[in-house]
Write a new protein. Structure first.
Ligand code: SAM
Length: 165
């Protein structure tokens, strides 16, 4: 059940720290058909509507060089309308709750959304893609080629079986 900003039965919230530990640069803006969270898909589909990822200067055009060779990209975006303080959430709004990090809910301390998208084409400093699930105007924070495009995995190293403490 899609939420706006309410706290539901069974949910708990934290007092947020006074200041963030780091900042992000919004490198662009995502244009989608959805202006209402209730109408937005929960997850994107590779056969979903064509969306436009606008990349701002100075990150484009130079930062987009080489992107055209990829069929699939990971898109990271800032779910800017989300509350950030919930520890336990009740996605079904049925009184039962689960920890925030066991969910892909947009409500999280750092409201980062990720989608694997199909790259349809590049038009100037915009990427045309399918597979998104965010509101029109959502800030863009990063673009990466799909990790499957990179092979091989590095060979095993001495110490790979040690446990970090
Ligand atoms: N695919 C991403 C992920 O798994 O990290 C996001 C999944 S999240 C469940 C998608 C939902 O976030 C949408 O259905 C919508 O309700 C909400 N949403 C989309 N854009 C948003 C925004 N800019 N701010 C807050 N919520 C947003």
């Amino acid at each position: 059940m899609v939420r706006l900003n309410e706290i539901r039965a069974g949910e708990t919230a934290a007092a947020l720290p006074a200041a963030p530990d780091a900042g992000v640069f919004f490198i662009g803006r995502i244009h989608t058909p959805w202006t209402d969270r209730l109408a937005c898909p929960r997850q994107g589909r590779l056969d979903g509507p064509t969306c436009r990822i606008e990349v701002f200067a100075p990150w484009a055009p130079a930062g987009l060089e080489g992107m055209g060779q990829y069929e699939h990209l990971e898109v990271l975006y800032w779910l800017h309308l989300s509350r950030r303080d919930l520890l336990r959430q009740s996605p079904a709004n049925d009184g039962s709750a689960r920890g925030t990090f066991s969910l892909r809910s947009p409500v999280r301390p750092n409201p980062i959304g990720t989608s694997l998208v199909r790259l349809l084409g590049i038009e100037g400093t915009s990427l045309m893609v399918r597979g998104l699930d965010c509101l029109d105007g959502t800030p863009l924070i990063d673009l990466k080629p799909d990790r499957c495009a990179f092979t091989p995995v590095a060979p095993r190293q001495p110490g790979d079986d040690e446990v970090a403490t």
